[in-house]
Design a protein around this ligand. Structure first.
Ligand code: M6P
Ligand code: ZN
Length: 172
């Protein structure tokens, strides 16, 4: 299903904002020399998350988050989110709003799949798949994610083992 999002506007609440800078996710990029080089000069914002945790807590409720990933790369690897599994296996829905990117999925055996993240496109993350979003465009990538409130973010597995695929800038 695709939605027509012409003329939509977005109002973000600063109180719900989490900022992820390069220094928060150094180990997630392959080129450690490039990371060190960039950090000598600045500490760029890679992405921001505006999370709306549900007022009703506990099983059966939904939360949602708006993520904004800046355009850019670290040593040729596009700006991306950390990526996570859910502690409690549960699916998640993504709705692309602006920009272009890739939703990278990886199951527990390490099998990966790429799904386009595009304005108006609804993308599905099955339960038990780690998911990472990558901005492959020249402008900000913005998307909404909807997930079970008690799913939990397991960052440790990805931080330790990584994704098997890296999305790199194409050299012409
Ligand atoms: C999406 C959702 C959020 C997540 C965010 C950033 O909006 O999946 O739950 O927090 O992306 O991804 P990450 O938490 O992996 O940095
Ligand atoms: Zn998730």
């Amino acid at each position: 299903m695709d939605l027509d999002l012409r003329n939509f506007s977005l109002h973000l609440d600063e109180n719900q904002r989490t900022v992820r800078r390069l220094s928060d996710m150094k180990g997630f990029y392959a080129d450690q020399e490039a990371v060190a080089q960039i950090l000598k000069e600045s500490d760029p914002v890679i992405y921001e998350v505006y999370a709306c945790e549900s007022e009703e807590e506990g099983p059966g409720n939904l939360s949602y988050a708006l993520t904004v990933i800046n355009p850019g790369d670290v040593g040729g690897e596009y700006y991306m989110t950390k990526g996570h599994f859910h502690h409690k296996p549960s699916a998640e829905l993504y709705l692309g709003l602006e920009g272009e990117g890739i939703l990278l999925l990886q199951d527990r055996e390490g099998n990966t799949r790429r799904i386009p993240l595009l304005p108006g496109r609804v993308s599905y993350v099955p339960a038990n798949y780690a998911h990472r979003s990558i901005n492959t465009g020249r402008s900000q990538l913005r998307f909404l994610a909807i997930y079970q409130s008690d799913s939990g973010h397991d960052y440790g597995t990805i931080e330790k083992e990584g994704f098997r695929e890296r999305i790199l800038v194409q050299k012409n």
